[in-house]
Write a protein that binds this ligand. Structure first.
Ligand SMILES: *[C@@H]1O[C@H](CO)[C@@H](O)[C@H](O)[C@H]1NC(C)=O
Ligand SMILES: *[C@@H]1O[C@H](CO)[C@@H](O)[C@H](O)[C@H]1NC(C)=O
Ligand SMILES: *[C@@H]1O[C@H](CO)[C@@H](O)[C@H](O)[C@H]1NC(C)=O
Ligand SMILES: *[C@@H]1O[C@H](CO)[C@@H](O)[C@H](O)[C@H]1NC(C)=O
Length: 393
């Protein structure tokens, strides 16, 4: 199998200069010269990235061991569930990565027709978008409006929280209902069984009720987000951290266990990608505007779109991880295809992931891709209707 093709070129600043304490190291860069896509022209790109490092939210804090209550001033000046400075640094690397990957495909000038940006209705995904955009579009002379500021305003759109298909875990009851049914499956129970001792230990130590892999996953998130503000996990948690991470991975496998879960999680987004690419492939009179679609969202959205595109292996996507689906045209055969590029870490490097069902080809023939994703796409109307269905499997 022509596995992942990564071409890492050079390590920037990180190894040379001394980083300020707690600073995110500068990422390595993708090599765009010899990455297997050499004979193809990029036509359209759809990119989902996870926000940067954040502080915990109230639900996560409720899991914190009761004897060690944390003061709210711990999160000053950010507040809860908010992007930290490290999170901003990582978001900035997302923008630099996108500039490197798509330089020439999009202009260095901010041309409003070329790009569209959507965020979820969270301060942290909006701030991540703004920070990434500041790295993607430092103003060239024609757009420099303040000689002392290397920044220009770039707009984004945010659909209302309640109507956002990307926030399926919040506004699609069937998704949660169906996910919970997965815990009852014999093979899933078998994965979880070895961790019953861990559940008991965590319940005892936290004084809460840890019974599901989801509970452990929230606890894992809590420890990560506290770590983001300099609070280390308690000793007892550090001792079982590898097991906690195993369970988080299991939870991720459960969340996207079958086609219906994947469809509920990413089906509307994938259908819009198929619709837009379809017009580009079949109707050359349709203008290719915009050609770059950015989605500043959450780890679940990165994972769900990867699952829908058949390149997902269960894991929790990192802060600033970035997943692109690209419509490409072969310059020799003139055939269209889809490539999947994943940067596991904010800023890259990106890897091209072979799409399951397309053999080892790095660019999956377009019609093959469309037929492979048929069972995980639907319209927003279909999704909204099925989200209320809590009666039948
Ligand atoms: C934990 O959950 C179980 C099952 O739902 C319930 O019977 C028990 O009372 C709960 N314990 C606490 C401490 O909430
Ligand atoms: C895709 O196109 C179909 C047919 O035109 C339409 O019904 C559907 O709403 C579109 N879906 C999205 C997500 O844009
Ligand atoms: C192609 O797109 C144009 C402009 O949107 C539209 O008027 C035309 O009907 C389309 N043709 C086909 C074959 O879909
Ligand atoms: C609920 O979902 C099941 C499984 O997809 C389907 O067979 C059934 O028709 C749906 N019920 C309603 C009322 O839409």
């Amino acid at each position: 199998m022509g596995l992942v093709l990564v071409t890492v070129v050079f390590l920037v600043a990180a190894v040379c200069g001394q980083e300020p304490p707690g600073r995110v190291p500068e990422p390595r860069r993708i090599d765009s010269a010899d990455n297997g896509l050499a004979d193809t022209e990029l036509i359209l790109a759809f990119v989902v990235f996870r926000h940067g490092d954040r502080t915990p939210d109230q639900e996560e804090l409720a899991l914190y061991p009761s004897e060690q209550k944390l003061g709210d001033d711990l999160f000053f000046p950010y507040g809860k569930k908010a992007l930290t400075n490290k999170g901003k640094q990582r978001s900035y690397f997302v923008g630099k990565y996108l500039r490197e990957l798509y330089d020439g495909f999009i202009s260095r000038l901010y041309l409003p027709d070329e790009i569209t940006i959507r965020t979820t209705d969270y301060a942290r995904t909006q701030m991540t978008a703004l920070t990434a955009l500041s790295a993607l579009y430092p103003p060239p002379p024609a757009q420099k409006w303040n000689p002392n500021l290397d920044w220009q305003p770039i707009p984004y759109n945010t659909p209302p929280y309640e109507e956002d298909d990307l926030l399926y875990w919040y506004n699609c009851p069937r998704y949660i209902w169906l996910r919970d049914k997965m815990y009852e499956k014999p093979e899933v129970k078998k994965w979880i069984e070895p961790y019953q001792g861990l559940f008991s230990l965590l319940s005892e130590k936290t004084g809460t009720n840890i019974t599901k892999t989801e509970d452990v996953f929230y606890l894992d998130n809590l420890f990560q987000t506290l770590n983001n503000v300099g609070v280390a996990a308690p000793q007892w948690a550090q001792e079982v951290m590898p097991k906690i991470k195993d369970v988080t991975k299991i939870e991720y496998a459960i969340e996207l266990y079958n086609a219906e879960l994947i469809k509920l999680a990413a089906g509307v987004l994938m259908q819009s990608i198929v619709n837009i690419t379809h017009s580009a492939v079949h109707n050359t009179s349709v203008p290719l505007e915009p050609k770059l679609y950015l989605f500043s969202a959450h780890e679940n959205n990165v994972a769900a779109l990867m699952a829908a595109a058949r390149v997902y292996e269960a894991h929790q996507p990192n802060y600033g991880s970035t997943f692109s689906l690209e419509l490409r045209k072969n310059t020799v055969t003139k055939e269209y295809g889809i490539a999947a590029v994943y940067a596991r870490d904010a800023g890259g490097p990106g890897e091209i992931l072979p799409i399951n069902g397309c053999g080892a080809q790095l660019v999956c023939p377009y019609e093959t891709f469309c037929s492979l994703v048929q069972d995980v796409i639907w319209s927003k109307e279909e999704m909204d209707k099925q989200c209320k269905n809590l009666t039948q499997l």
